[in-house]
Write a protein that binds this ligand. Structure first.
Ligand code: SF4
Length: 91
């Protein structure tokens, strides 16, 4: 094996290893971010969540609602006809 070929293979291995390390790092960061988001949700009790509307306001019409039964900021199962103090009307 000549010197140029050895050098080329060494560089290729380095590129592959570096790329793998970066990909693993990005995956770990993404997983940590997802866990952090999940942990940062407000409890239903602290949000004063109720499973029925507050007048005309209900989760189904809130910008935080995620069909079919989740909320971006309040933890747990969310009734589309529920409500909490953080209601924000969809425009
Ligand atoms: S009113 Fe909005 S913020 Fe509150 S639980 Fe329902 S969807 Fe989430």
């Amino acid at each position: 094996m000549n010197e140029q070929k050895v050098r080329r293979e060494t560089v290729s291995r380095r590129v592959i290893l570096t790329g793998t390390a970066l990909a693993l790092g990005a995956a770990a960061t993404g997983a940590a971010a997802t866990r952090a988001e999940a942990q940062q949700k407000i409890s239903q009790a602290n949000a004063k969540y109720q499973d029925h509307p507050n007048g005309a306001q209900e989760c189904d019409g809130c910008i935080q609602f995620q069909p079919p039964n989740s909320c971006k900021i309040v933890d747990g199962t969310i009734n589309p006809k529920g409500w909490c103090q953080f209601f924000g009307a969809k425009s």
